[in-house]
Design a protein. Structure first.
Length: 250
């Protein structure tokens, strides 16, 4: 079944602004490039950068419990590690996340922005090549835009696909057909479907306003009997992908 790749996104710091891309190169067995490289620890989490392992999202600053994070806009430069963060009414910050001083500067900026919502000391952490995914199999995430439209039609509400914070957004597949797929090809890359993505309260937050205004997990359960939207993929054959590329599933 053929469709096309409508959009590509990455999230260099877990829980923060998605960055739109025109193209990317996927690597066999690897995560989406530059996705969830860093996370902001909300109080001591026990994360060991020398022996990194999967940890619950609730140990980090994420939209599920800090909706105001959607009002923060960010950019990341791959080569330099320079991270720019800004929010309305506050001076922007440029911080090099590859350096300790830059990570400390970002933590201080966020602590000031969040105020009492930051109930514990914030700390920007990383442990290359570890990625801060919601699930151990979350290598690459894909959302079918027709599935989002179907959900919106059933609820009678506008649903921004960016609520689902995926890497790949595909156009042209029938609604929910991705739930039955086993293999996906996009551009020059080939992938296998790992599992459907279980959704949480982060999807309740409007990605523009930072307000918690929908109950999408409840809507998914009421209308479909599950809380899935999107699938996790594992890259079996790496290659270049770009917006407009053919996207096929089997």
């Amino acid at each position: 079944m053929a469709g096309r790749l409508d959009a590509l996104y990455r999230h260099p710091v877990k829980g923060f602004t998605p960055e739109r891309l025109g193209a990317a190169t996927l690597t066999t067995g690897a995560h989406f490039p530059c996705d969830r490289l860093y996370a902001v620890e909300n109080g001591p989490s026990g994360f060991d950068p020398d022996a990194p392992g999967h940890m619950s999202k609730w140990k980090f600053t994420v939209l599920a419990h800090m909706p105001r994070l959607a009002r923060v806009h960010t950019r990341y430069e791959d080569d330099s590690g320079l991270f720019t963060v800004e929010a309305e009414g506050r001076p922007p910050l440029e911080a090099r996340l590859t350096e300790r001083s830059g990570r400390e500067a970002l933590a201080a900026w966020l602590s000031d922005f969040l105020g009492e919502e930051a109930k514990a000391p914030l700390k920007v952490i990383s442990g290359p090549p570890h990625r801060f995914m919601d699930h151990p199999q979350g290598y690459v995430s894909l959302v079918n835009l027709e599935s989002v439209r179907d959900l919106a039609a059933r609820t009678g509400r506008v649903v921004d696909p960016l609520r689902f914070r995926a890497n790949l957004y595909v156009e042209g597949w029938p609604a929910w057909s991705e739930m039955e797929a086993t293999d996906v090809s996009v551009g020059a890359a080939r992938m296998v479907v790992q599992k459907p993505i279980v959704r949480c309260m982060a999807t309740h937050v409007d990605p523009k306003s930072g307000e918690r205004d929908l109950d999408l997990t409840g809507d998914l359960h009421r209308h479909y009997g599950h809380t899935f939207c999107g699938v996790y993929l594992n890259v079996t054959e790496g290659g270049a992908v770009a917006v407009g590329d053919k996207a096929e599933m089997a």
